[in-house]
Design a binder for this molecule. Structure first.
Ligand code: KG4
Ligand code: ZN
Length: 334
């Protein structure tokens, strides 16, 4: 079945068409980053308005680029939560109307489960059970994924998400929003061991995260050693990134080991960080664990992952009704 996917939970409007073999027929994204960058972060009301403007032409573009006609679409999937309420409403209501008008089944997709499903859109074979990380601007969650529809949360952040920490440190260094890509680029130029920042590993068996102490340590360091040059900024960026990566790797391997998983899948915006991917691959290989990461184009928010998750939900009869609502935080499933 061909599924139309729609994503609008934060600052990207996205539409995609995916077929029954998880082949992406089209995937288009209208990013709002340039607008939000002027404010140093996402402005929810602006996000909603821009989703309204973008959604119709974007869906038309996705259908056109897929080379299909509307009658080829067998189901609709849209992100239902978590995310910004106003933003979510735009995509979800559009999907409801589209599904109702064409008599199609509708799946209300959990955004975090969608990120995990981006792992099924790679050419690497992923088999259950596996350990999954969703690491983005809003979440740092580890799941044990036992089978389709079975996501058990093993750990999450107790304060800031890893991506949020990248964004805040970037702001402290005057590098702008979003922080991840620019910190990664700067960090490549310097030795990460010149400065040492703390790694919060919490209790011995915990798979939870805490990044607020690291963020404060960076703030303290910058206060005591003002960053004057690009070189100063790069040293802080490299040391900060190394601390985040170290903790992410440690917790992921801890989780995989405890459930005897041979595969770890990473997804979400921060998994676009190639230093993270290669470090994790090297450390996991020592324990014969394979790492699967989506291509960079599928790490951030996109609708192909929503369609892929929705296809499973539609197949399994997990459908939405027209009076179902979006949710900002509550996580019915993942
Ligand atoms: O998944 P995503 O696009 O949106 C959310 O659902 O939050 O993730 C965005 C986050 C931002 O915090 C951004 O700074 C971070 O992902 N990010 C990165 C990189 N690219 C994006 N973090 C580290 N390294 C990167 N290369
Ligand atoms: Zn996301």
């Amino acid at each position: 079945m061909i599924v139309l996917g729609i994503e609008s939970s934060c600052d990207e409007t996205a539409a995609a068409v995916v077929d029954e073999n998880n082949r992406i027929l089209s995937s288009v994204i209208a990013s709002q980053v340039a607008v939000h960058r002027q404010y140093g972060g996402v402005v929810p009301e602006l996000a909603s308005r821009m989703h309204v403007e973008a959604i119709s032409p974007l869906v038309a573009k996705a259908v056109h680029q897929a080379g299909i006609s509307l009658s080829d679409i067998g189901g609709v999937a849209a992100t239902r939560g978590p995310g910004l309420i106003g933003a979510l409403l735009v995509g979800f209501c559009f999907a409801k109307s589209f599904a109702w008008a064409r008599g199609l089944p509708l799946a209300g997709v959990n955004h975090l489960e969608a990120h995990i499903h981006s792992l099924f859109l790679t050419d690497r074979e992923l088999t259950f059970p596996f350990t999954a990380l969703v690491v983005s601007g809003g979440h740092t969650n580890i799941y044990h994924v036992a089978a389709d529809n079975r996501f058990a949360l093993m750990g999450q952040t107790r304060d800031d998400a890893a991506g949020e920490a990248f964004d805040k440190v970037s702001k402290m260094l005057g590098l702008g929003y979003p922080g991840g890509p620019v910190i990664e680029k700067l960090a490549k130029t310097r030795d990460p061991d010149q400065i040492h920042f703390p790694r919060s590993l919490l209790e011995k068996d915990s798979c939870d995260f805490s990044f607020s102490g690291l963020k404060s340590a960076v703030a303290r360091h910058i206060h005591e050693n003002p960053v004057k040059s690009t070189k100063d900024k790069a040293l802080v960026a490299a040391a900060f990134q190394a601390a985040v990566i170290d903790v992410l790797c440690e917790k992921l391997l801890r989780a995989a080991r405890s459930m005897s998983c041979r595969q770890i899948g990473i997804s979400g915006g921060v998994s676009a960080n190639q230093t993270f991917v290669t470090t994790l691959e090297q450390r996991a290989a020592r324990e014969q664990i394979q790492v699967i990461a989506p291509p960079v184009s599928l790490c951030g928010d996109n609708a192909a992952m929503v369609a892929a998750r929705g296809a499973v939900m539609i197949r399994d009869g997990c459908l939405c009704r027209l009076d179902d609502d979006v949710y900002s935080r509550a996580l019915p499933s993942a």
